[in-house]
Design a protein around this ligand. Structure first.
Ligand code: SF4
Length: 234
C-alpha cells in the first residue's frame, strides 16, 4: 500500500514530495525481519518486492532528485546509477556501513543516542558524519547539500549518521528489538493510515505519482516502510 504526499509537512524533510509504504495486512509487512530496529511484536518479510524496487529505482522527478533507505542487505540493493533513485543501505553497525561502502553502496548508520558527540570521525578509513538536519534547527533535506542532498549522492564515500531519535531511541544500538523512529508520533499515524487507505498497487501508483511532480522536484521514497514483499495474511 502506498501513500503519496506532494508537499510534506515533515520538518526534517522540508516541503518536498514523500511517500509512505505499508503492507496490506501489517504496517511493518514490507520491512525486513532482520532489521534490528523492527519491534519484536511486528511482522516483516525476508523477500524483496522486485516490482516495487524497480519502480523506486526508476522514479526520479524530471530534472529532480530522489533517494531512500533500505534495511535489506546492501548487496541486494541496486548500485547507484545516473538519473536513478539513490537507495542508501541503512546499517545498524559501523562495520556494516563500512562494508556497504566497500560494496559501492551509499550507506547511512543508525547510531546510538550516547554517540551524539562522537561525530564526525573516520572508521577503517571511511568518514562518518551526522545528518546536518540533526545539528541545526530549521534545516531540512530541501536545503541539504546546496541543492544536492547528501543522501541523494549515490557516489559518495562518506556515511551519513543518524543519531537515535523517536520514542524507541534508547533501544538503538542495543540488543533489545525495536527503536524504529516510525513506531510512534505523526509518522506512525501516517503509516498506519497508509495500510488502511493507501493505493494497493504501489509500484504503479509510484510511477504515476512521479509523472505528476513539477520539474526539479525532490522525492524521498517511503519515509516509513521498505522494499519488501509482504508474505500474506498473518
Ligand atoms: S543528510 Fe541531508 S538529505 Fe540526508 S536526511 Fe539529512 S538533511 Fe536529509
Amino acid at each position: 500500500m502506498l501513500k503519496t504526499v506532494r508537499i510534506s509537512a515533515n520538518s526534517k524533510t522540508g516541503p518536498i514530495a514523500v511517500t509512505y509504504r505499508s503492507g496490506e495486512h501489517e504496517t511493518y509487512g514490507t520491512c525486513p525481519t532482520s532489521c534490528s530496529l523492527h519491534p519484536k511484536s511486528e511482522t516483516g518479510t525476508s523477500q524483496i518486492d522486485s516490482d516495487y524496487l524497480a519502480a523506486v529505482f526508476d522514479s526520479v522527478p524530471r530534472g529532480g532528485q530522489a533517494w531512500t533507505y533500505s534495511h535489506f542487505a546492501a548487496e541486494a540493493l541496486p548500485l547507484p546509477q545516473p538519473n536513478k533513485t539513490v537507495i542508501n543501505a541503512s546499517c545498524d553497525t559501523m562495520a556494516e556501513a563500512v562494508r556497504a561502502v566497500e560494496l559501492g553502496r551509499p550507506a547511512v548508520y543508525a547510531a546510538p543516542l550516547e554517540s551524539a558527540d562522537q561525530w564526525p570521525r573516520k572508521i577503517h578509513g571511511v568518514q562518518f558524519a551526522r545528518c546536518p538536519a540533526e545539528l541545526a534547527d530549521n534545516f531540512s533535506c530541501q536545503q541539504c547539500g546546496g541543492g544536492r542532498p547528501l543522501c541523494a549522492r549515490g557516489a559518495r564515500e562518506f556515511v551519513v549518521v543518524f543519531v537515535a531519535h523517536g520514542t524507541g531511541k534508547k533501544k538503538v544500538g542495543t540488543d533489545a528489538a525495536g527503536g524504529c523512529y516510525a513506531a510512534s508520533g505523526p509518522t506512525a499515524i501516517q503509516w498506519h493510515n497508509t495500510r488502511k487507505n493507501g493505493a494497493a498497487n504501489d509500484a504503479a501508483a509510484l510511477r504515476e505519482f512521479v509523472r505528476t511532480l513539477p520539474h526539479g522536484s525532490f522525492l524521498r521514497h517511503h519515509i516509513a516502510g521498505d522494499c519488501g514483499l509482504e508474505v500474506g495474511a498473518p
